[in-house]
Design a protein around this ligand. Sequence first.
Ligand SMILES: Cc1cc2nc3c(=O)[nH]c(=O)nc-3n(C[C@H](O)[C@H](O)[C@H](O)COP(=O)(O)O)c2cc1C
Length: 172
Amino acid sequence: MSRVLVAYATKMGATKGIADAIGDTIRAAGDEVTVLPANEVTDVGYYDAVVLGSALYAARWRPDAVQFLRRFRADLANRHVWLFHSGPLGETVGKPQKTPSAVRRMASTIGAAEPTTFAGRLEPETAQGFMARRMAKGSLAGDFRDWDQIRTWAAEIARSLHEEDIHAPHQD
Ligand SMILES: Cc1cc2nc3c(=O)[nH]c(=O)nc-3n(C[C@H](O)[C@H](O)[C@H](O)COP(=O)(O)O)c2cc1C
């Protein structure tokens, strides 16, 4: 059994839903999972593996997720880390999004693969801010999150954790 942290940065809640689904899938595979907003994480030393995800806004990650990579880069470099970002809506669904350059640099520093892209959600009920509310009335509106894709990705993480029986060097 591995200890897994799933950290996320969201503005309108859709990425939290993805993080919860990833957490549920890895937990169901028998691992100990904690799901937390990235800005509430104070230490990653306890965990064997970390999954970090951010919503995309204007082709950027949320500041909390970027700061997470900066704050914990030394510990993350010694752990298995998986990254995802979420955003594509409407016609852009299915197209991988470019990794923001700061994120690409940090992913390379800690030895993590580039983020996997998951589609997002933009709906009038949850939209926050003028732009989002306006966009939520047009062709981009909807919940495009692909739960099968998300669960398959998470199950693959659990499988590789078990295959390698991953354990980080714990201090405790
Ligand atoms: C103002 C605005 C800008 C956005 N920019 C992007 C973008 O650059 N790339 C992308 O893939 N999605 C973009 N999106 C879509 C959001 O990433 C998507 O709605 C996501 O699911 C929101 O996640 P959250 O609910 O966790 O905040 C944008 C949405 C809004 C409202």
